[in-house]
Design a binder for this molecule. Structure first.
Ligand code: ADP
Length: 186
């Protein structure tokens, strides 16, 4: 977890590679569907372009299908899911069914000014449709309203690892791996 621009996608990929499990990024799956013009992509695009969350029903179904694939049997790292309280419940139900267990929830924290700077820079290099100033602001609001409350919930469950997202990519990766080690030990 972490606000837009915290570095979730970058870190998810590296950490999942180290752990030998797939990184499942809802944002990447949505973007691939948009690029391929699938029905799911067409449905998701109008929400993404506005900085809003795609409806839970659509997102949940997509994640359920993805974690049922063979490469996820031994485990997986979710990037960008769950983001709402309803998605938390849904994920609990899904993994009860597949027999997985939630080991840890990593939150990457970065201060708001740095986030805006990173996203504005990314807009110039990657040209993502949702990296315009208004949409960036809206995505931060939606994160605070809908996703931040999940941090306390996972803290209460004893799963939370908070990691400082400032610094070099490798430094942040090391912090995440160290934090995950300490969760395993406790
Ligand atoms: P970021 O975290 O930088 O905003 P992502 O690539 O993770 O970017 O997600 C891009 C967009 O995809 C989100 O703004 C949202 O519209 C949609 N999305 C991704 N994950 C979810 C989710 N779990 N629930 C609803 N919408 C989602």
């Amino acid at each position: 977890m972490g606000p837009p621009g915290a570095g979730k996608g970058t870190q998810a990929q590296v950490v999942a590679d180290r752990l030998g499990i797939p990184a499942i990024s809802t944002g990447d799956i949505f973007r691939a569907n948009v690029a391929n013009g699938t029905e799911l992509g067409i449905e998701a695009k109008r929400f993404m372009d506005a900085g809003e969350y795609v409806p839970d029903s659509v997102t949940n179904r997509m994640v359920r299908n993805r974690i049922d694939e063979d490469d996820a049997v031994k485990g997986f790292l979710l990037d960008g899911y769950p983001r709402t309280l309803a998605q938390v419940d849904e994920l609990d139900g899904m993994i009860r069914h597949t027999g997985h267990r939630l080991d840890a929830v990593v939150v990457i924290t970065v201060d708001p000014a740095e986030l805006i700077a990173r996203l504005t820079a990314r807009a110039q290099t990657e040209g993502r449709a949702d990296d315009t100033e208004d949409v960036i602001r809206r995505r931060q609001e939606v994160y605070i309203e809908q996703t931040e409350p999940l941090i306390e919930l996972y803290r209460e469950r004893g799963l939370l690892c908070e990691v400082d997202g400032l610094g070099e990519v490798e430094e942040v990766t090391k912090r995440i791996l160290d934090a995950l080690d300490s969760v395993e030990e406790s």
